[in-house]
Design a protein around this ligand. Structure first.
Ligand SMILES: CC(C)(COP(=O)(O)OP(=O)(O)OC[C@H]1O[C@@H](n2cnc3c(N)ncnc32)[C@H](O)[C@@H]1OP(=O)(O)O)[C@@H](O)C(=O)NCCC(=O)NCCS
Length: 175
């Protein structure tokens, strides 16, 4: 599998706002912490499937030390009040099956429903395809209606229900 090659690029949201998409870097810890601090408990639960009150330094390290080979993470950044902040992250890691990757998208509550999650999902789908991935899978809470609408729009189907109440979503990556 080749390491992904992704030079930073700018995209526009439907409302005209410019978003910078780039790979997560090892120095992004403070920007990710800032993003975490504006997340609602609901968004935190929906992303991590457990309540998280505080990000431990080892977790933060885990989020920024990405090899961009077996695991890829893309940050969506907005320039607000003269400085760039990370407002969302799309990531995947290869597996569990061949040509599969587990995907997760997170957008900070103040910036949700503006198209940023969709931008991130499209970007990581393209990167995954370039690595030979054909299917994205994700384990989600069935009460996460926003995610389910979002996922349905992007062609995800429920494939399994687990005993712990979580569901498995899968989507074939086109092209
Ligand atoms: C799920 C999540 C990533 C979506 O991010 P987002 O930036 O709000 O997503 P978008 O703005 O691109 O799209 C969201 C909405 O538009 C819909 N949508 C997107 N593009 C669309 C289009 N072209 N036409 C119609 N509907 C569209 C989605 O289905 C969704 O619908 P809603 O507004 O009725 O809820 C975000 O809500 C989030 O981070 N939630 C918390 C964490 C989480 O649940 N992560 C997923 C677990 S892996």
């Amino acid at each position: 599998m080749p390491r992904v090659d992704f030079p930073p690029c700018k995209e526009r949201l439907a409302d005209g706002t410019e978003v910078l998409l780039r790979l997560i870097e090892p120095t992004d810890g403070p920007l990710l912490l800032e993003l975490f601090n504006v997340l609602s408990p609901e968004s935190i639960y929906n992303r991590f499937l457990t309540p998280v009150k505080e990000v431990q330094p080892e977790h933060l390290r885990r989020f920024v030390e990405i090899d961009h080979w077996t695991e890829v993470a893309v940050a969506a950044c907005l320039c607000e009040a003269g400085r760039w902040r990370i407002v969302g992250v799309g990531r995947y890691h290869l597996g569990p099956g061949p040509h599969e990757a587990e995907v997760a998208v997170l957008v900070g509550d103040p910036w949700q429903c503006r198209g940023i999650g969709g931008l991130l999902l499209k970007k990581v789908s393209g990167l995954a395809r370039s690595q030979g991935v054909r299917r994205f899978v994700s384990t989600v809470d069935p009460c996460n209606m926003k995610l389910l609408r979002f996922a349905q729009f992007y062609g995800y189907k429920t494939t399994r229900r687990f005993d712990d109440g979580l569901i498995r979503l899968e989507a074939e990556l086109d092209g």
